[in-house]
Every structure is written in C-alpha cells, then in structure tokens.
Write a protein that binds this ligand. Structure first.
Ligand SMILES: *Cc1c(COP(=O)(O)O)cnc(C)c1O
Length: 387
C-alpha cells in the first residue's frame, strides 16, 4: 500500500459497504449509552457483569491514583512492576486455581507474547477455524506451522495431531466463541493435548467472570487443572470491566514468560491503578453471584421471547446470543431498523462469519433488566410481522 493507493482503496471499501466507522461514546459504558449524541438501549458491549462503571472500581482507582499517581513509568523488568501488579497476579492465580499468573497489557498482546515464547519454525499450532484474530496472528508471529481445523471438529484435530512431526505442538482455542457464543469441547481438547503431548492454550476472553459458580471462567468446567500443558488466558476488559489480561499456568511456564514473552518484556507496565481496579472487580465477581444468576435468567427470557421468529437463535448458553439472519443486506436492514427504534446491536457479516451466516449479535449484560430484554424481543417480532 503506497500513500497514493490509500484513497482508492478506501473508496473500494465504500463500494462494498465494508468501510468501518467509529461512533463516539459520551458518558459511561453500559446498557444505556449515548453514541454520536443519540441514546440507545445497547446489546453490544462485552461488559457482561455490568462492572465497567461500578462505583467500587472507580473508587479503587481514585484511591490508587491519590497514593501512587498515574503512570507505571517503566517496563515490569525495570522499575514498573508495582506491588499492586504483584498482589493482583497472586490473587488471579488463586482465583482460577493455577500455580501462577502474569499480567499483560491486553489479551491481544498476551497471545502475541506467549506463542512466540514457546514455539519456533519447528513447532506446529492447531487452531479452531473460528478462533479470535489474535490467536491466528500469534501463531503467524511464532513462525510455527499453522494448522486450522473445522469448528470444534475433534476427529479432524486428532487426525492432524497424529500426522504432525513437529517437536513442539500447541492447540489454541477460544473457550467461548466470540461470534457464536458456543463453548469449545474442553474435555476432549484436554484429552487430545495429553495424548499428543501438546500445549493447550485456552483463550477465555468471554468466559472469565461469566462461567463457573464463582465466575472463575472456563477452567471451572475442566476436570483436571493440574496439567503442566495447560495455559490459560483471560482478558480483564470484558466481564471484569477494566482492561488488560493475564496468563496462568505452571510456575515454570510463568517464569519462562517473564523472561521470554516479548510483549511482556518490551513494553511499559499497565498503570498500577488499573491493577487496583481489577482487584476490586475480582471481589465483586466472586461475591456477586446474583449477577451471573440474573444473566442466566435473561438468557432464558430472551430464548423464549424470540421463539417463533423467522430467524433462529444460534445454540448458545452464554451471554452471546446470535440471531441467525442469513443474508448480509437483511442483517444490516434489521440492525438499522432496530437502531431507528433506539436499540443497538451489531450486524455481523462475512468475512467475520461464513457467507450466508450474517447475524445479529445480541450481547446480554447483568445490567440489563427483564424489561430491556422484552423490549428487544417485541421489536424483533414487530419487524418480522412487517416483512
Ligand atoms: C477481546 C478478545 C481478545 C483480545 O483481548 P483484549 O484484551 O481486548 O486485547 C482476545 N481473544 C478473544 C477471544 C477476545 O474476544
């Protein structure tokens, strides 16, 4: 791409309705948001527990800022590794039930750091076709061979593992798939990782805080956490309501990452005030079981409320509830009709999802009320009647 190619390339995006635009948010993130000056009932954030604007988190930041200021000032291996980071790592490891944890500035950076620290061009990474982009990019950056298997197809994955001659193998998967809301077959994945002596890298961006009795995430669904091949990633900007991410695993793994994960070593530590906010968030995630219980009620209410629509809900037990519309134009038309009524949710189209599977992605939050869900259901039924 040269400078003079940019304008025509952007125009080309316009021609295919593929140009992405940003809308400006005023005020806090939440289920009622003001975007470009208009207020909406929103089903389009990852703030699953409604913690992004929680007073306890804001207060934790205020207190930390008053004591220690804003910037971390240096990388973790220099003078940037604050006691708040250090205690939070211990809390996080304990919370998910693994020996050790390491904070990263974002989930994207965590994956870009971990895979290249463990694999080189003699390795092979096995990825679900529907994995998040950061996992694909991390594999590419590691220079290992990248093998993608059809969504959740364990027979195909086993075939590929069996025929691999790579010295180091790593299976990477989303635990909750971000555009479908379904769960990866965790027990089968763990069994395959054992049988073929592969690392199992679980990206729990959409599970942490949501899955498990106390919100510990996808690991709560795993029989055996005591497995040195297990690498767990959770992000802290979604259900946890703050920012950043952590990787958890064996003490040796974490020690290796401290030394070798380039996105850990060569970057400024996150402001320690955010670690204070995550600690506060962790307490709420564990204590406020009602947030998860309410979410489950909302999911059930949505499912029964949307029954009988011409567009089926995709099978999902998580707060990500996609309505399968099919055609791109149709999905876009429905999203725009909802927006005109003050309801915000995204139309997800190819290449993010396969052709013919355009969908409306409903994202529920514990901050939604039953009335909010009823409002959405009624609006979709009205649109179906007018078709
Ligand atoms: C959001 C997301 C990430 C990236 O996490 P950030 O902290 O936002 O960089 C990684 N993986 C999945 C599956 C995600 O949904």
């Amino acid at each position: 791409m040269t400078p003079d190619q940019l304008a025509p390339a952007l125009a080309e995006l316009d021609t295919h309705s593929l140009r992405r635009v940003r809308r400006v948010l005023d005020g806090p993130q939440g289920v009622r948001v003001t975007l470009d000056g208009t207020s909406y009932l929103s089903f389009s954030s990852n703030d699953y527990l409604g913690l992004a604007n929680h007073p306890a988190l804001a207060e934790a930041v205020r207190k930390a800022v008053a004591n220690i200021g804003v910037g971390a000032g240096a990388a973790h291996l220099l003078t940037g590794h604050h006691r708040l980071h250090h205690s939070l790592e211990n809390e996080l490891a304990k919370f998910v039930g693994l020996p050790a944890a390491l904070l990263f500035s974002t989930g994207y950076m965590a994956s870009l750091g971990v895979l290249p620290a463990l694999l080189n061009r003699h390795g092979e990474v096995f990825e679900d076709k529907l994995n998040h982009a950061s996992l694909v990019d991390a594999a590419v950056l590691s220079r290992a061979k990248l093998t993608r298997y059809p969504h959740a197809d364990m027979a195909m994955l086993e075939q590929r593992l069996a025929s691999s001659t790579a010295k180091v193998k790593l299976i990477a998967t989303d635990t909750v798939f971000s555009m479908d809301g379904d769960l990866a077959p965790l027990a089968e994945l763990q069994a395959l990782a054992r049988r073929y002596d592969a690392w199992l890298y679980l990206d729990d961006a959409h599970g942490f805080g949501v899955l498990g009795k106390h919100g510990q995430g996808a690991l709560a669904l795993l029989d055996d956490r005591n497995d040195p091949r297990l690498i767990y990633l959770a992000t802290l900007g979604k259900a946890a309501g703050v920012a950043g991410a952590f990787v958890a695993g064996s003490a040796e793994l974490i020690e290796w990452l401290v030394n070798k994960a380039r996105t850990y070593v060569f970057t400024t530590a996150q402001p320690p005030m955010l670690a204070a906010a995550v600690s506060a968030s962790l307490r709420l995630i564990a204590a406020d079981g009602w947030r998860r219980a309410h979410l489950l009620e909302l999911i059930e209410r949505l499912k029964s409320g949307l029954a009988g629509l011409p567009w089926p809900l995709m099978p999902s037990a998580t707060p990500i509830q996609p309505v399968l519309v099919g055609g791109n134009a149709e999905a876009l038309r429905l999203a725009e009709a909802l927006r005109a009524q003050g309801i915000l949710l995204p139309a997800i189209r190819p290449p993010t999802v396969p052709p013919g599977e355009a969908r409306l992605r409903i994202s529920l939050s514990a901050a939604h009320s039953q009335t909010d869900v009823d409002t959405l259901c009624a609006a979709l039924h009205a649109l179906a009647r007018h078709d």
